[in-house]
Design a protein around this ligand. Structure first.
Ligand code: CTP
Length: 415
């Protein structure tokens, strides 16, 4: 295990580490980026490297390819994957680090340029951005650079250093890139906890479609947004995640720890979830499963004139979450969601008991609340009387809160 991992009490598993894109720009400090790539890898990260044209004057793609065993990208268009590659990478990586970040690359990023693989990827990403500047003191202190840095910080970028010390010019002053170990430590800090490493996580999400005939379905307003956020966050936190997802236009992000199974009906959702279930899984049921389905799906379109059209015969669907709960072992954890329109906490506690959950996340829903993007407010209630409220906050933040609660209840039960 790596020194960083030991220091933070984290466990990294092979091939399940966070994906980090290391951008290297034109500075004499570029040679230190080789050591950064090595340390990131040693700490459990999967490292991909992008070089700017300026960086190519100092280091070669081969140096990084030999360490990371992954192709190094330089241009937006061309034989290295073209436009799709940078969009793919932008969505897949968990964090982007630019080290060294030259004055020129800071200016291009501040202005929103996308004229090479690195800047195009950064423009397309939603992953955290860390920049480790390296330049002459005069360039660092120039108001143009100060302005660029301020703009990048205002947009959420994190600036690492620069420190003071000997510079390439032979002078001494501010502008020296931080040492690789210090940069790498900040990267792992920004990547957040890895508290789901080694855990199997099963998330159900989205609505279900219950066919009435070949063209009509019984469904609901769920988009699966909450479940997708939770599944992606659990994968980033180290979990091996199976996401069983009902019909939605939303596309889950790609991540090595996230496997998505698409289903349509409640029965398919149950079958797919049972296939992915392990005795000690953390099961998180966010799906808005249709409680009923048309008793018999018609092989042909139901006609208005058909007497059956005015009266729909329904059959009850299985409770996916409760069924999975009965198959979990001692080490498993069952987490439900309760979308309610009234008496939220009372109803949620009733469901917690009825379904045998260890934790339930309750939220109020209405026609304009709780579905799709936007802010949501939740209350976490556990089976030993614990209560924690959170929000209103984005679903991305609520997902982290839910996982914090799951981790807390897991610890509570095992300790
Ligand atoms: N759930 C499930 N399968 C069902 C119904 C619900 O897995 N057939 C799960 C949901 O994913 C959620 C929890 O059970 O985690 C509560 O869902 P909800 O729709 O709020 O409750 P219901 O059990 O359907 O109760 P009601 O419709 O009476 O409110």
């Amino acid at each position: 295990m790596d020194f960083l991992a030991v220091e933070r009490g984290l466990v990294y598993l092979a091939n399940m580490g966070p994906r980090v894109l290391l951008g290297v720009s034109g500075s004499i400090a570029a040679y230190k980026a080789v050591e950064i790539a090595r340390l990131l890898q040693k700490g459990g990260a999967e490292v991909e490297v992008c070089l700017t044209r300026g960086a190519l004057a100092f280091v070669t793609p081969l140096t990084f390819e030999a360490i990371t065993r992954a192709p190094v990208r330089t241009e937006v268009l061309g034989t290295d994957g073209g436009e799709i590659a940078h969009v793919e990478q932008a969505h897949a990586v968990d964090l982007i680090l630019v080290a060294p970040a030259s004055a020129n690359v800071l200016a291009r990023l501040a202005a929103g340029f996308a004229d090479d693989a690195l800047t195009a990827t950064i423009l397309a990403t939603r992953a955290p951005l860390l920049l480790a500047p390296a330049m002459e003191t005069g360039m660092w202190e120039n108001p143009a650079t100060t302005d660029n840095v301020a703009r990048l910080v205002a947009r959420g970028a994190q600036i690492l250093g620069p420190g003071e010390g000997a510079l390439a010019s032979g002078r001494s002053g501010r502008g020296r890139m931080l040492e690789p170990a210090e940069i790498v430590e900040q990267v792992f800090g920004a990547l957040g906890p890895r508290d789901f490493a080694g855990r199997e996580v099963l998330v159900t999400a989205g609505p279900t479609w219950e066919p009435l005939d070949p063209v009509r379905i019984l469904s609901n307003r769920s988009t699966g947004a909450m479940g997708i956020e939770i599944a992606a966050a659990a994968a980033r936190r180290g979990g091996q995640v199976n996401l069983v997802l009902g019909p939605t236009h939303l596309v889950p992000p790609s991540h090595p720890g996230l496997k998505v199974v698409r289903v349509e009906t409640a029965l398919q959702m149950l079958a797919a979830a049972e296939a992915a279930l392990r005795k000690n899984s953390v099961v998180i049921g966010t799906a808005a499963v249709s409680d009923f389905r048309p008793a018999a799906a018609r092989p042909q379109k139901l006609k208005r004139s058909d007497p059956a059209a005015a009266q729909l015969a329904l059959a009850e669907n299985p409770d996916v979450l409760a069924t999975l709960g009965t198959k979990l072992g001692e080490g498993g954890l069952l987490v439900g969601f309760a979308a309610e329109t009234e008496d939220v906490e009372a109803h949620a506690l009733g469901k917690l008991k009825k379904k045998g959950c260890h934790l339930i996340i309750a939220n109020q829903v209405g026609s304009a609340q709780g579905f799709g993007p936007g802010e949501t407010k939740v209350v976490a209630l556990d089976d030993v009387g614990g209560r924690a409220a959170f929000g209103p906050a984005s679903k991305t933040k609520v997902a982290q809160f839910v996982l914090d609660q799951v981790a807390r209840v897991g610890k509570q039960r095992s300790g």
